[in-house]
Design a protein around this ligand. Structure first.
Ligand code: SF4
Length: 347
């Protein structure tokens, strides 16, 4: 959304003024074509707009070809070490490849990959992560974030020397602050779109908090064009968290349920009702702020900016639209009536 350049991954624009793109990665065996295709369908249904698949050796290529053919979303081939795998992955239908020119080896090999990428008109993702800081920057007085960004810039330079600028840069660290500073540094130096993520963020809860803090800081500073939340386990969770993060930060359309934290004044079961509202609206793809507040003392005021809200009263609830009370309801009718108003707004 915030870089100067835009690249296209098949029909999906990344960068410029385009929406931030959600990515994830399969964790099935690439040779198991069926399971991988099944997982891609699940990821796409959950909201992934691009999916990355590891292509480890030439042996994976025929399965990878089938995978690309059967995917409704563009597939990125994740390649390490072997330039021939990168070339074959492009020919097999990859819409973008991720390589690390540093580990592809001799320049002529990178050049061969670039030649085919140009021919097939597909972008290349390059970059660095905390595990691939260049040796010359290690053990120097240079701060680690800068060493990380400079390592990525070296990869970018290799591509530029080959007159290839259809690139996306990715810099990832396991440390949220280092990740933030490195991405900020590079975003000020080059116009290429940035793929952001906190690498190896851990299991669900840790990844959720770390990625929200680390990527949230970047996004709120207008940095990041495509996003992956790294979570150990089912990648569908990565997509759901990414979607949630983008919606709650206002970068993606979708419902937001505002709910008060409850206190001694609470007249209704706020948590239970908020959970129900989330369930009723989970497939809504337009922006809608819905407030569930425990009482009328602070509730209506705090919910004034919501499209629709309910505040608990002594006998039930007061429903408001754009801050104006439109109906007061008894406990018995509270849920049904509130749902009816929400459904009308969705329509
Ligand atoms: S809205 Fe009312 S019930 Fe909820 S936290 Fe505020 S004062 Fe308490």
């Amino acid at each position: 959304m915030f870089s100067k350049n835009t690249v296209y991954v098949k029909n999906i624009p990344i960068g410029g003024n385009n929406p931030i793109i959600i990515q994830s990665m399969t964790n099935t065996d690439t040779l198991d074509t069926e399971s991988t295709i099944r997982q891609i369908i699940k990821l796409a249904n959950a909201g992934a707009e691009i999916v990355r698949v590891s292509v480890r050796t030439l042996e994976d290529i025929s399965s990878f070809k089938e995978i690309c053919k059967n995917s409704s979303v563009p597939i990125v081939a994740d390649i390490h070490f072997d330039y021939r795998v990168a070339i074959e992955a492009i020919k097999a239908g990859a819409s973008k490849i991720r390589i690390n020119p540093g580990n592809i080896g001799a320049k002529w090999k990178v050049q061969e990959v670039v030649k085919v990428a140009k021919e097939y008109n597909i972008p290349i993702r390059v970059g660095a992560n905390s595990g691939s800081i260049k040796k010359e920057f290690e053990n120097t007085s240079m701060p680690r974030y800068k060493a990380l960004a400079e390592s990525a810039l070296q990869e970018v330079k290799i591509m530029e020397e080959l007159e290839f600028e259809d690139i996306v840069i990715s810099i990832k660290s396991t440390d949220a602050k280092e990740n933030f500073l490195a991405n900020k540094y590079i975003s000020e130096k080059v116009p290429y779109p940035l793929h952001i993520g906190i690498t190896e963020a851990g299991i669900y809860e840790d990844a959720l908090v770390l990625s929200s803090a680390g990527l949230g800081a970047l996004l709120l500073n207008n940095i990041g064009d495509t996003i992956r939340i790294s979570i150990a386990g089912d990648p569908v969770k990565e997509v759901l968290v990414a979607k949630k993060l983008l919606t709650l930060l206002g970068f993606k359309k979708g419902p937001r349920v505002i709910a008060c934290p409850t206190c001694a004044r609470t007249e209704i079961n706020v948590e239970e009702l908020a959970i129900k509202v989330k369930e009723w609206t989970k497939n809504v793809d337009k922006s809608l702020n819905i407030a569930v507040m425990g009482c009328v003392v602070n509730g209506p005021g705090e919910a004034k900016h919501a499209d629709i809200g309910i505040a608990g009263t002594k006998s039930g609830g007061a429903i408001s639209i754009n801050g104006e009370v439109v109906e007061t309801v008894s406990y018995e009718n509270l849920e049904n009536t509130f749902k009816k108003y929400i459904d009308d707004l969705i329509k």
